[in-house]
Write a protein that binds this ligand. Structure first.
Ligand SMILES: Cc1ncc(C[n+]2csc(CCOP(=O)(O)OP(=O)(O)O)c2C)c(N)n1
Length: 589
């Protein structure tokens, strides 16, 4: 058996796991590992400019592929810089392994230089973590870490390795499998519960399918599509579920939730049988549970994580299992028993939904003078034929990206939904481009968000990641400004960014191409040029000077119900509680 140093074991474990890229930043505690990386050729290391970006890049590498993302950071400040990225991945259930260096075992707890208790710091934001104090435990820790990260409900796992452990040697053998007591992720759903779900769907007059990020992560896009087609029922995706059903599918009623469509939110409120797939009834989706449940409905909830089920709402048919397996079985049961919702009731339900659709809640007022942010996203969709991988930062631009780019497939839309991390977009685009070298990758960002990790333009240059950055520059922290306009008497406290840099010059200084776009007529030509063969290999930074006063509609204010949306101007005054005094909603179907 080979005798290897801890550092060599780290690189061998990564090779055994088939890792292609490690995103990281060196430092004293991990120098042995960096030396071992230098001496191997199987995986590549990507040197980012900030550890937070390493974790976001690894995260998006995973989100846009079927791989586990890997990041490597040094102890102390390296580790703490990684925490935001780890929390981002945790909130969105992304499989990832983060390796952090630690001070030597004898120095732990003595406030040694660059010491921080990484296991303690990361505990609430990881699926699991390890502090490996003995080199002989290293290989097993890696095997377990990858297994835990990608099975069940995925999530980030931290492996903290003291420096002396990277120097010490031991015999190396990579375990073929691991068994972890009390960790048995479910796969198949309970057949009896699946039958009950089929029965409920067949009895439904107003059925509705609600799909979340779990279906995207669980690779269940094809099954979602098959179920929707089989039943012919309306379907909505959450922000994290976009792409699980093609955004151009006629049965897709748009995203739901705080900035969801009028029709998606009202259908959620007034459906009678709801089937939730890998979705968790997040507060941004249903707002307050008692308002959501004020219209009686029966709920089927499918999720791999039992603790997500019935956490926020009462569920009639809980099904714990891998969403892909459960949906496959559900489809088989429905087909076998030829169970479908009653066609007349379903036709009535569609009639109602089409009424809700008619006013087109995403309509905005075009302008020949000011660039409308929605128009930029729409043009991007047209020019990329809906095929680009799109990452976003956080703010109004994120919501416009979600509303106006119709995602065709899972893993095409990459954003920080759970934590809402500004600074995510650019490093995420980098990671997604490395995972998909032939894909068009666009990062939709704001002038506030991009400045949180703009240094990664340097990494993009070094590793030739030709992402196209679309900054919807409204000179405001737009989402903050919108809330201040709605809830704080237009007191724009610290939401205006003065002294903005010249982004074109910044892009050029990093060796990229930059465009400043101020005229609506230039939006299309510039986008076409950015995505033209001539600039295929180049990162292009587009600084769109957008209308600073534009707001995101529809919007549900905190504490309000799904049928109490703030609507765009052309829909103001529309009745959203059509059956207020009619508790059985009898005239709906
Ligand atoms: C790290 C971090 N800090 C603060 C916030 C709060 N926040 C949410 S949206 C937003 C404004 C974003 O501004 P910008 O990137 O310019 O995008 P816009 O809303 O204008 O499209 C802020 C400050 C956040 N989400 N993340």
């Amino acid at each position: 058996m080979e005798h290897l140093s801890g550092a060599e074991i780290v690189t061998r474990c990564l090779q055994e796991e088939g890792v292609e890229f490690v995103f990281g930043y060196p430092g004293g505690a991990v120098l042995e590992i960096y030396d071992a990386i230098f001496r191997q050729e199987k995986f590549k290391h990507v040197l980012v400019r900030h550890e937070q970006a390493a974790v976001h890049a690894a995260d998006a590498y995973s989100r846009s592929s079927d791989q586990v993302g890997v990041a490597l950071v040094t102890s102390g400040p390296g580790a703490t810089n990684a925490l935001t990225g780890i929390a981002t991945a945790y909130m969105d259930s992304i499989p990832m392994v983060v390796i952090s260096g630690q001070v030597g075992t004898s120095a732990i707890g003595l406030d040694a230089f660059q010491e921080v208790d990484m296991v303690g710091c990361s505990r609430p934001i990881v699926k699991h973590n390890f502090l490996v104090k003995d080199v002989r435990d290293l290989a097993t820790a890696f095997k377990k870490a990858f297994y835990i990260a990608k099975t069940g409900r995925p999530g980030p796992v931290v492996i903290d390795i003291p420096k002396d452990v990277t120097i010490n040697k031991c015999a190396f053998e990579y375990p073929e499998s691991v068994s972890i007591r009390s960790y048995n992720p479910p796969s198949k759903g309970h057949p009896g519960q699946i039958k009950k779900a089929a029965q409920l769907l067949a009895e439904a007059k107003r059925p509705y399918i609600y799909v979340g990020g779990g279906a995207v992560q669980g690779g269940a896009g094809a099954q979602v599509t098959e179920l929707v087609r089989l039943l012919g029922v309306p379907c909505t995706n959450t922000l994290m579920g976009l792409g699980a059903l093609d955004g151009t599918d006629p049965n897709f009623v748009g995203m739901l939730g705080m900035h969801g469509t009028y029709e998606a939110n009202l259908a959620m409120q007034y459906c009678d049988v709801l089937i939730a797939i890998g979705a968790r009834f997040d507060d941004r989706v249903i707002s307050v549970p008692n308002q959501f449940l004020s219209n009686p409905k029966r709920i089927v909830h499918i999720d791999v994580d039992p603790s997500s089920i019935a956490k926020r709402v009462k569920v009639d048919v809980p099904i714990v299992g891998d969403v892909k397996h459960v949906l496959t079985d559900l489809i088989a049961v429905l087909k076998e028993g030829n169970q479908r919702p009653h066609p007349d009731a379903l036709a009535n339900w569609w009639k109602q939904i089409n009424e809700w659709r008619k006013p087109d809640c995403l309509l905005y007022t075009p302008s020949t003078e000011l660039i409308k942010p929605q128009a930029v996203v729409q043009k991007l969709w047209e020019i990329t034929n809906g095929e680009a991988i799109v990452t976003s930062d956080v703010g109004q631009h994120q919501m416009w990206a979600a509303q106006y780019y119709k995602f065709r497939r899972p893993k095409q839309w990459i954003n920080s939904g759970g934590l809402g991390t500004m600074g995510f977009g650019l490093p995420a685009a980098m990671g997604a481009q490395l995972a998909n070298p032939d894909a068009q990758v666009a990062c939709i960002t704001g002038e506030g968000s991009i400045q949180m990790n703009i240094q990664e333009l340097s990494t993009c240059k070094q590793y030739h990641t030709p992402v196209k950055v679309l900054s919807l520059n409204n000179r405001y922290l737009g989402m903050v400004r919108q809330w201040q306009e709605f809830f704080y008497g237009t007191r724009y406290s610290e939401s205006y960014m003065d002294a903005l840099p010249d982004f074109v010059k910044i892009a050029e200084a990093y060796g990229h191409v930059g465009f400043k776009i101020e005229n609506p007529a230039d939006v299309e030509p510039v986008l076409k040029e950015a995505f033209s063969p001539a600039l295929k290999e180049r990162l292009v930074f587009m600084d769109f000077r957008t209308d600073p006063s534009e707001n995101v509609f529809p919007m549900i204010q905190n504490g309000k119900g799904l049928n109490q949306m703030d609507l765009p101007p052309h829909m103001r005054g529309l009745q959203q509680v059509p059956f207020e005094n009619n508790r059985d909603y009898g005239n709906l179907c």
